[in-house]
Write a protein that binds this ligand. Sequence first.
Ligand code: DGL
Length: 264
Amino acid sequence: MDAPIGVIDSGVGGLTVVKRMLESLPNEPIIYIGDDARCPYGPRTPEEVITFTMEMANALQAMGIKMLVIACNTATAVALDKVRSHFTFPVIGVIDPGARAAVKETDSRKIAVLATSGTIQSGAYQQAIHDHLPTATIHALACPEFVPLVESGQYKSAYAGNVVQSGLQSLVGKEFDTAILGCTHYPLLKNHIQNALPEGVKIISSAVETVHDIEKTLRDCNLKNYASHAVPPVFFTSGSTMHFREIALDWLAIDEADVRTIAF
Ligand code: DGL
């Protein structure tokens, strides 16, 4: 089926999932919406996040998507059930895949979750981890200062390293062998996060496991695109196309990106 897969995030964070999709599913057309104008979602109320998520999903439904990936933990945490019950196409979130990936990796059963305030307050990761590993000890930490570092394009800077270092300070002395990047923006800060965490801690991003879920759903629902050529994604942003393009080219390591404006 050659209809596109829709991917949404509050901004550029969902590109970390798109990167894996391009590697594993190059023939699947992708339409991405980043709501950069209203990013960050982390500090917003659940009602606002649900409203914005539904707006993006409605826009993608009008574009004829066959499946939706909510490549945003904050939106997955509060809006997944609502979106699933509203639309007839399959909807994939990123929290259960992230929790599953961490549970596979941990030996000590002690897991740190780094995420936005909204995701941590929702308790969705804590619940998902305990569903898969009831005896897990979880250290959940909101890192509200991380997303602006990514959205502003400063993720490689030494300044970002300092912000990450102090943001993770409260984990010093805590025991864990696995840390979940529970926000899709955070893989762009992975080097800084790795440097700030004790040596040997395994860092988990939900992207790989999420793409497994996408592949399985494409198969199970008979939605796979059997065309043999790779299709470049189309990106929409509610913010600056120039700024979005810069980050997309860098993160996806591509020379060109079709970036368009969308207004909400
Ligand atoms: N990338 C998002 C997430 O995974 C949202 C970050 C934000 O807008 O605060 O949670």
